[in-house]
Design a protein around this ligand. Structure first.
Ligand code: ADP
Length: 299
């Protein structure tokens, strides 16, 4: 059984600014950091650190070599990455002294994934293998269609949400991972239970994980609904919390844990990640999650 993440890779340019830029304004930033990012990259790192083998497919653009190094360092299989001559997907992030951020996202190389690349890559996987997807790459509908044809188990995180996502064949999706914002965008509901009820009606057989930030998460399958509280930590930086949750949950599923255990492990891993600064660098290793779970059980 293999896990393929066909996902985005971004260079995040993180600027510390006194306030968000106003129209026409020119302002000096007090510091800049260039960080690995992209939902795809974060999820692959989370899967790998949770202890499973993961292949990452996608498109690396110019300037993106350090992103491949980040994946390699976590033992992610990068055989399926292709190289483009054009600019690496990137994000320009302004961070104010109060910690608020404003993000300008440029798809770049992530939007250059072609139909041919999708077919070639997915044809090397088979029934029972997993495919993890987010909405930061081109050819998403084709990925779902091809993976469905090959009997892959599809996990979709429809983020960032757009109406165009409804072009996907949701009947081929096994797991849907959404946060409250995407839940609202898909249903017009704010109450978590109502979001799940609307989605259950619309997609009778899909399995849904709805994450609710510090309020925890709910897993809803056609058979049961499981609530998981968030672990209590001092939040420092919530970037990549959802990606950590998704990666750990799927890894735990493939490792044979029950749904309740998958939820617990994912909540524990994402709580550790929010207690540290950074995106992919804040994602814990399996041993750290085990240690925190063991500590909790002796309380
Ligand atoms: P996203 O990053 O997609 O917005 P959420 O904010 O819903 O996702 O967070 C995903 C998961 O991370 C939550 O379900 C929870 O388990 C964990 N989490 C997020 N914020 C906190 C927090 N402040 N304290 C503890 N756990 C948190």
């Amino acid at each position: 059984m293999k896990i393929l993440n066909f996902g985005s890779l971004n260079l995040d340019y993180v600027y510390q600014v006194p306030h968000f830029l106003a129209p026409g304004e020119t302002m000096a930033a007090s510091a800049v950091e260039i960080m690995p990012g992209g939902k795809g990259l974060n999820q692959s790192v989370a899967l790998a650190r949770a202890g499973v083998n993961v292949c990452h497919a996608g498109m690396v653009g110019s300037g993106g070599e350090m992103l491949v190094d980040v994946l390699r360092k976590d033992h992610v299989d990068v055989t399926w990455l292709k190289q483009s001559q054009h600019l690496q997907g990137n994000a320009v992030i302004q961070v104010t002294p109060s910690g608020e951020n404003a993000i300008l996202l440029y798809g770049g190389s992530n939007r250059e994934i072609t139909s041919q690349q999708v077919r070639e890559t997915i044809s090397c996987f088979q029934s029972g293998d997993w495919l993890v997807l987010q909405n930061e790459v081109s050819c998403l509908a084709e990925m779902v269609q091809q993976a469905g044809k090959h009997g892959m188990r599809i996990v979709l995180n429809p983020s960032p949400f757009e109406e165009k996502l409804y072009e996907l064949d949701f009947s081929l999706v096994e797991w849907l991972f959404i946060n409250e914002v995407e839940g609202y965008q898909m249903t017009g509901e704010v109450d978590p239970q109502r979001i799940l009820t609307v989605l259950r009606k619309r997609y009778p057989s899909i399995k849904i994980v709805l994450t609710l930030g510090e309020m925890g998460a709910i897993c809803d399958t056609p058979l049961k609904r499981i609530a998981q509280q968030a672990f209590s930590v001092q939040a420092v930086d919530t970037t990549a919390a959802g990606d950590t949750f998704t990666g750990y949950f799927i890894a735990s599923c493939t490792q044979g844990y029950s749904l309740e255990e998958c939820m617990k492990r994912a909540a524990c891993a994402s709580a550790i990640s929010v207690s540290r600064p950074g995106a992919s660098s804040s994602i814990p290793f399996a041993a750290e999650v085990e240690a925190m779970l063991a500590d909790m059980s002796t309380l």
